[in-house]
Design a protein around this ligand. Structure first.
Ligand SMILES: [Zn+2]
Length: 402
């Protein structure tokens, strides 16, 4: 939390770092230093205009005339679907009482991705380019992501980063680095709660304030998002679409976040990667590519991403068909602002093809990843991961992170 007390204490301890720039922050290699509070006036000065981090957005902030007007404009047409819980917690037995015909196209219930409501865009779960991976990471910016981002840079690799508003508030320089490095930034809500459990105004706030803060910090307004835990229905889809956001889900899941939660072993994550790679070999993606859910959440997930990258690069062939999701869709203008462009798919791949082969791409730093993880590798086939979510829901215990 960027509270005044914390600010004052941190300023006392780290006063000499008040003028740290994004480049200086990006050069840090000590995770403790990376995660220390870094004063950043453009954000510190507007903290009171944004919701507190870590709690569901309950209301449109006082004096937010633009937010109120935007909400007022859409509220009459928001689909009349009852929230499936309260403040991030699902209603007990909701999975038993919910209409099994799934009238709301509730992904958490049925993995529905084609809305029942007319006028709503289908969710993205794959990429149109064959033998291609839409590469992305949820839950950032992680304060100590420099080694991970250095590695991506060393490979001349861009990705789609789904940022949590509260994390951008706490680590704005890390968010700026993502844009500086050429990654594609999307919204992953303000407080990372299952959105179908929230009221219309809360859903609006979770998206609106994350959009506004990313714009304030990076200068760019995102046009894509991913719902935490994949929890979306037609009510939530409507609000997101009204805010100009394209919904990006996934079809493969590394389950990497579950290791730190104590629910998965590294070997199970290895198996999930092996399953994706086996599907490349089996020709599953010969006509349509893949999206796999992976995370910037913690040291384990970032280390695993680094470890697995050479395997993915070898599997998705023709010189690394690993691209940001927007690139795979030839979305050359990823933000509302027109002064930023990213390459289309052909341009992106051509640039990489010319950059050499093997484990090092052109440009960038050699990387500073300094940790090594000792995990066994195991091949095998996992359950289709979303099935685990349904099981968890039916059991009445829903995970917080996804
Ligand atoms: Zn998440």
């Amino acid at each position: 939390m960027r509270t005044i007390l914390f600010l004052s204490l941190a300023a006392l301890l780290l006063g000499s770092r008040a003028d740290m720039t994004e480049a200086e922050e990006a050069a840090l290699t000590d995770p403790t230093a990376e995660c220390a509070y870094i004063p950043y006036p453009p954000v510190d000065n507007v903290v009171s205009s944004f919701p507190p981090t870590g709690t569901p957005v309950a209301a449109i902030m006082p004096n937010d005339a633009a937010g109120q007007a935007t909400y007022d404009q859409m509220k009459a047409n928001i689909p009349n679907i009852v929230p499936k819980g309260v403040n991030g917690t699902f209603t007990v037995n909701i999975s038993k009482t919910y209409d099994p015909t799934d009238p709301d196209c509730w992904w958490t219930y049925s993995l529905c991705t084609t809305p029942k409501l007319a006028g709503l865009n289908p969710d993205i779960v794959a990429v149109p380019e064959p033998r291609t991976l839409g590469y992305g990471f949820d839950d950032g910016p992680n304060c100590s992501h420099n080694a991970f981002y250095d590695y991506l840079t060393s490979q001349n690799q861009k990705a789609t980063m789904f940022f949590i508003g509260g994390n951008v508030m706490n680590h704005p320089l890390q968010a700026i680095r993502a844009v500086q490095d050429g990654h594609e930034i999307c919204v992953h809500t303000w407080s990372h709660r299952p959105l179908t459990t929230l009221t219309n105004e809360q859903v609006f706030g979770e998206l609106w304030y994350t959009i506004q803060l990313i714009k304030l910090v990076t200068g760019y307004t995102p046009t894509c998002w991913r719902p935490p835990t994949g929890d979306v229905d037609d009510r939530v889809r409507y609000i997101a679409q009204q805010l100009g956001l394209v919904n990006i889900l996934w079809k493969y899941d590394a389950d990497d976040w579950m290791v730190s939660a104590g629910e998965y072993t590294p070997a199970q994550v290895d198996a999930n990667y092996a399953y994706l790679i086996a599907n490349v070999s089996a020709g599953t993606f010969d006509t349509v590519g893949a999206i796999m859910l992976t995370h910037e959440l913690d040291n384990y997930t970032m280390q695993t991403a680094v470890e697995k990258y050479p395997l993915l690069a070898a599997a998705f062939d023709v010189r690394y068909h690993i691209v940001p999701v927007g690139v795979a869709y030839n979305k050359t203008q990823p933000y509302v602002e027109t002064n930023y462009t990213q390459p289309n798919f052909e341009q992106y791949v051509a640039a990489r093809t010319g950059s050499g082969s093997g484990s090092s791409g052109a440009g960038g730093n050699p990387g500073s990843q300094s940790t090594s993880k000792t995990t066994g590798t195991s091949a095998g086939v996992s359950l289709w991961p979303p099935f685990a979510i349904v099981l968890a829901l039916l059991a009445g215990s829903f995970m917080i992170w996804l």
